[in-house]
Design a protein around this ligand. Structure first.
Ligand SMILES: NC(=O)c1ccc[n+]([C@@H]2O[C@H](COP(=O)([O-])OP(=O)(O)OC[C@H]3O[C@@H](n4cnc5c(N)ncnc54)[C@H](O)[C@@H]3O)[C@@H](O)[C@H]2O)c1
Length: 280
């Protein structure tokens, strides 16, 4: 898909009220795509639209909870008839973090809540638009995994489960779509400077005073890539039909180490994390 073919496409992006999703919506609109931006946070979504309007860009916005099965299918049923054969780019970006400490301290309800958004949200959105992709025999599905979909990390059991799931799902449909003109990209960002940790609700063992603030400070230290840059790389990956995208030097290092040392990486990263905690 060349840069100019964004102008022949409709791009739907979830989680467009903040961070990477907001930037994808703005940059895709700048490149001429017809953008449909969706998010559960209506107020912040309107801000995305206002930024677009101030830049002379057009954008349609929709309130959508990707964890709500009926809402997702109603959303797709409303949009598909209006696409009228246009190329569709679906970016399943909406996601949440959970600060709950280790698995022992993570409640089943919190685990389920996260999976319902981060994994089921991606599956549901893809399922709802899949018949259109298959009928048109063209388009692109972009799913946001993470470096936590490349390796398992302590205190991230629910998040890692969701992001490994997103990766497995994307790679499975990729094989099924071989020979068609429907493409997939699985994105594995490292630390991106967004609101994801600020917005996370502290639970489990992280409810002690100051723990959330500490997590924010630690995240701000390691999140080196801007959301603008992450979005630019994602749009470039769509143009190049790149199937796997790692974003940031941290993501590239984690990708390499988990592939070179598929078992020993647990000890390698644990030692690094312990050192980082001692010095922070
Ligand atoms: N920031 C990072 O370091 C990082 C790293 C790896 C992967 N990611 C992934 O990138 C994606 C975007 O995250 P971000 O960093 O821009 O975070 P963010 O918190 O800035 O934005 C996430 C957006 O998703 C929306 N959202 C949350 N729950 C929703 C729901 N049920 N339905 C619809 N929208 C919902 C939020 O309202 C918010 O606007 C997520 O999938 C995240 O897991 C982020």
């Amino acid at each position: 898909m060349s840069s100019s073919s964004f102008s022949n496409a409709t791009l739907i992006v979830t989680g467009a009220a903040s961070g990477i999703g907001r930037q994808i919506a703005l940059q895709a609109s700048e490149r001429g795509a017809e953008v449909i931006a969706a998010d559960i946070n209506v107020k912040a979504l309107q801000e995305t639209r206002e930024i677009a309007l101030n830049q002379g860009l057009r954008m349609e916005v929709h309130e959508l909870d990707v964890a709500d099965k009926n809402a997702v299918h109603d959303f797709a049923d409303g949009i598909i008839p209006l696409l009228k054969g246009r190329k569709l780019i679906l970016v399943n970006n909406a996601g949440v973090g959970l600060l709950s400490g280790n698995f022992y301290h993570t409640s089943e309800e919190d685990f389920e809540w996260l999976i319902n958004i981060n994994l089921w949200g991606v599956i549901r959105m893809t399922k709802a638009f899949y018949p259109y992709f298959i009928q048109q025999n063209q388009g692109h599905i972009v799913n946001l995994s993470s470096v936590f979909g490349l390796g398992g990390f302590a205190n991230q059991s629910a998040y890692c489960t969701s992001k490994f799931g997103v990766r497995g799902f994307t790679e499975a449909i990729r094989m099924e779509l071989l020979g068609t003109h429907v493409h997939t990209t699985c994105v594995h960002p490292g630390g991106i400077k967004t609101n994801i940790v600020r917005s996370a609700i502290p639970k489990g063992s992280v409810t002690t005073a100051g723990m959330h603030e500490k997590a924010i400070v630690s995240f701000d230290k390691v999140a080196r890539t801007t959301a603008e840059k992450a979005a630019r790389l994602i749009l470039k990956a769509i143009e190049k039909k790149q199937q796997k995208l790692t974003i940031g030097q941290d993501a590239k290092a984690i990708d390499l180490i988990t592939r070179l040392f598929p078992v020993a990486y647990t000890w390698i990263f644990k030692r690094q994390m312990d050192k980082a905690f001692k010095t922070s």
